[in-house]
Every structure is written in structure tokens, then in C-alpha cells.
Design a protein around this ligand. Structure first.
Ligand code: NAD
Ligand code: TYD
Length: 359
């Protein structure tokens, strides 16, 4: 690994991974290609450990000329592909960008890698970052998802990610492109855009706004602290078998409502004086809401020796502390018109969203 193209490295997990890789690989040079959509920000890339080994390129992964040029000019040997539209609720209200970036974008990168690397198999790698949501939704007593679980995506987001996973595997089988895939559960931690559950709840609570819990709040996610995800990806790059998929998950599977209660309790400890839990408000459910995700991580644990370093307790505490000490970051990334419009669309108009589905 010498010259690494990271796509989506100005987003939540990508920016954490850029930091992680600069520390873990002292020789590596990173080319960070990001379109800076609403979810990406250069604010996420301030104070990098060694900025001289990081080059930011503002551009779209669907731009084949640009991607081909970057592959050539920077002699890219490794691609770590994070760039995506990533929010399920947005995919429900507007699926088109999901198809474009997640499907066409991945295809564009695969083609660029195939052209640049030709028949080369040694020392090159296309790593695709994907999600547990491709496997669908579990009933309470179902066993967790394994790498062999059949795909059953149920939202435009997860369907577009499933399509991209299939393309990546097809390039391995058809063209011998050296690929690896990781499917990971819900991440949380520093730099997560405040549209997602955990940062949204922290910030709404601090502003005394309602904490909008979809439906009965008894949905289950398998939460993983973002740094543990970064470590797993790095391990797969280093030791993973080409052509293989690895499931990654935190082994933490609380109800959503319990996650929200934990956040309230942490805030009550760290910023006392407010009854945060009284802000919890049940709102109409997300259409097609997956009930439960859980990951079987036996493969990555036994083959590569990975295990998460954070449980939900320590990870949530670190996350709440991070947001409390980075309110200037929040102000910069989330005060824009786009985000306010999103809050209006997704929350103020929520009743009509549920109504439209019933009609
Ligand atoms: P994010 O939405 O925070 O960041 C996505 C980044 O991609 C942004 O910086 C955005 O500007 C960039 N981007 C979007 N479209 C682009 C395009 N056409 N060209 C170039 N850049 C573009 O997402 P995230 O939460 O950091 O997720 C990163 C990856 O990890 C995604 O592929 C997602 O599917 C996957 N994943 C996320 C989670 C999670 O819980 N967040 C869990 C498992 C897998
Ligand atoms: P989210 O962070 O959007 O991730 P995903 O949909 O990819 O799992 O949501 C996590 C869970 O929290 C999911 O079950 C939906 C729920 N949720 C709420 O109850 N209220 C909210 O305002 C949001 C954003 C999510």
C-alpha cells in the first residue's frame, strides 16, 4: 500500500479513516476524492496527523475522466471506497442521487481500476465499504447476518448498496480484479453528520428540542464505534483474502429508545440541570423501517483477529463528550439552509409522509 485513493474521505467514516490510516501507515500517501455534498466537509479534515501525506481532490466519483486521471497521475495501488449517499430517510424522499453515486459511482471506480491495473494482481486492491442493511431485516429470534446470508435490501439506500456490492463481486469473478468487501453495522462517533440518530439526539437535547423516536422505538441496530470500523478495514486491507467479504459489527444491540435514554442519562451527568428524557417524542414511523439488524462477526474475528475495542457504554460516552467539545464544528456543518430544509421535510412533514404511504 503506497498511494491510496480514498473516496468520500470528507464524510463521517471516511474522515475518521483518513486520520486512522495516516497514523497506522507512515509511508502511505492519500488522495482523498470527495464531492463535498451536504454530508462532506473540509471541517472534518482539519488538524490531520500528517497533512503532507494527504491530497484533497474536490470531485465526483461518477466523473470517469477525473477518476482515470487520478489513478494514472498518482499511481494509485489501493482504493478504499466510502463515497455514497448514506441516509435511509433521504433515500425514501429522493432516491435518484443514491442510484447515481452508489451504483454508477461504484461502477465508474471499478472500470477505472480495471483499466489502470490491467492484469496486475499483486500489490493492488479495491476495497468496497458496505453495510449490513443489504441483508434486510431480522425478526427478534432470527440468527444474526452471516456473510452467506442472502441479500434482501428494503430501502432505496440498501438496494443501491446491494447493487454496488454485486458489481464489486462481479468484477472479481469476471475480470479477476482484486477486491475485498466489508459489510458493517451502524457506526457512531466523532464527525457524524447530525442527521443520524445519535448526533441528532445529542444536539436536539442540548437545544431543548424534541427527541424524535420513530414508531415504538423498539427497532434494533448493532452499534459500532467508528474507530473500531476503521481498524477492521485496515486489517482487511492488510490481511484479508482477495474476493472475500467480512461482516463487521459491534455486538451491541439495544432498542433505539434505550440508546436515546442512554444519551439523555449521559447528558444529565455531563451537562446537568435539564430533564433531557422528557424531550423524548414518538413520531410516525419510517416507511419500510427495518426492525432489527445484527451481525455475526465470527469470520473477521477468527480469520483476522479483529475485535471491537469499545462497547456501547464507552463509545457513547466518548461520542457525547466529543460533541460537547465540538459545538463549533456542529455550527459550521449543520447550520446551513440545506440542513434546516431537511429537518423541515423529514420531521415537520412527518405526519404527511406516513399518511402518503397509507393512502
Ligand atoms: P457520509 O454520508 O457521512 O459521507 C459520505 C461522503 O461521500 C461525503 O463526504 C460526501 O461528500 C461524499 N460523496 C457523496 N457522493 C459523492 C460522489 N458522487 N462523489 C464523491 N464523493 C461523494 O457517509 P458515512 O456514514 O461516512 O458512510 C461511508 C460509507 O460507509 C458509505 O459507503 C456507507 O454506505 C458505508 N456505511 C456506513 C455506515 C454508517 O453507519 N454510517 C455503516 C456501514 C456502512
Ligand atoms: P439512522 O441513524 O438513520 O441509521 P439507519 O437507518 O441506517 O439504521 O437510524 C438509526 C435508527 O434510529 C433507525 O432505526 C431509525 C431510528 N431513528 C429515529 O428513531 N429517529 C430519528 O430521528 C432518526 C434519524 C433515526
Amino acid at each position: 500500500m503506497k498511494n491510496v485513493l480514498i473516496t468520500g474521505g470528507a464524510g463521517f467514516i471516511g474522515a475518521n479513516f483518513v486520520r486512522y490510516l495516516l497514523r497506522a501507515e507512515p509511508e502511505v500517501h492519500i488522495i482523498n476524492l470527495d464531492a463535498l455534498t451536504y454530508a462532506g466537509s473540509l471541517e472534518n479534515l482539519r488538524d490531520l496527523p500528517d497533512p503532507s501525506r494527504h491530497t484533497f481532490v474536490h470531485g465526483d466519483i461518477c466523473d470517469a475522466d477525473l477518476v482515470n486521471r487520478l489513478m494514472r497521475e498518482h499511481e494509485i495501488d489501493t482504493i478504499v471506497h466510502f463515497a455514497a449517499e448514506s441516509h435511509v430517510d433521504r433515500s425514501i424522499l429522493g432516491p435518484a442521487p443514491f442510484i447515481k453515486t452508489n451504483v454508477i459511482g461504484t461502477f465508474t471506480l471499478l472500470e477505472a481500476a480495471r483499466q489502470a491495473w490491467g492484469q496486475e494482481r499483486d500489490g493492488v486492491r479495491f476495497h468496497h465499504v458496505s453495510t449490513d442493511e443489504v441483508y434486510g431485516s431480522l425478526a427478534p429470534d432470527d440468527p444474526p447476518f452471516q456473510e452467506s446470508t442472502a441479500y434482501d435490501p428494503r430501502s432505496p439506500y440498501s438496494a443501491s448498496k446491494a447493487a454496488s456490492d454485486h458489481l464489486v463481486r462481479a468484477y472479481f469473478h469476471t475480470y479477476g480484479l482484486p477486491v475485498t468487501i466489508t459489510n458493517c453495522s451502524n457506526n457512531y462517533g466523532p464527525y457524524q453528520f447530525p442527521e443520524k440518530l445519535i448526533p441528532l439526539m445529542i444536539l436536539n437535547a442540548l437545544q431543548g428540542r424534541p427527541l424524535p423516536v420513530y414508531g415504538d422505538g423498539k427497532q434494533v441496530r448493532d452499534w459500532l464505534y467508528v474507530e473500531d470500523h476503521c481498524e477492521a478495514i485496515h486489517l482487511v486491507l492488510r490481511k484479508g483474502q482477495v474476493g472475500e467479504t467480512y461482516n463487521i459489527g459491534g455486538g451491541n444491540q439495544p432498542y433505539n429508545i434505550d440508546v436515546v435514554r442512554k444519551i439523555c442519562a449521559l447528558l444529565a451527568e455531563l451537562r446537568p440541570g435539564v430533564d433531557y428524557a422528557s424531550l423524548i417524542t414518538h413520531v410516525p414511523d419510517r416507511p419500510g423501517h427495518d426492525r432489527r439488524y445484527a451481525m455475526d462477526t465470527t469470520k473477521i474475528r477468527s480469520e483476522l483477529g479483529w475485535q471491537p475495542r469499545h462497547d456501547l457504554e464507552s463509545g457513547l460516552r466518548a461520542t457525547v463528550r466529543w460533541y460537547l467539545s465540538h459545538l463549533d464544528w456542529v455550527a459550521k456543518v449543520a447550520q446551513g439552509e440545506e440542513f434546516q430544509k431537511w429537518l423541515q421535510q423529514n420531521y415537520a412533514d412527518r405526519q404527511s409522509l406516513a399518511g402518503r404511504r397509507r393512502a
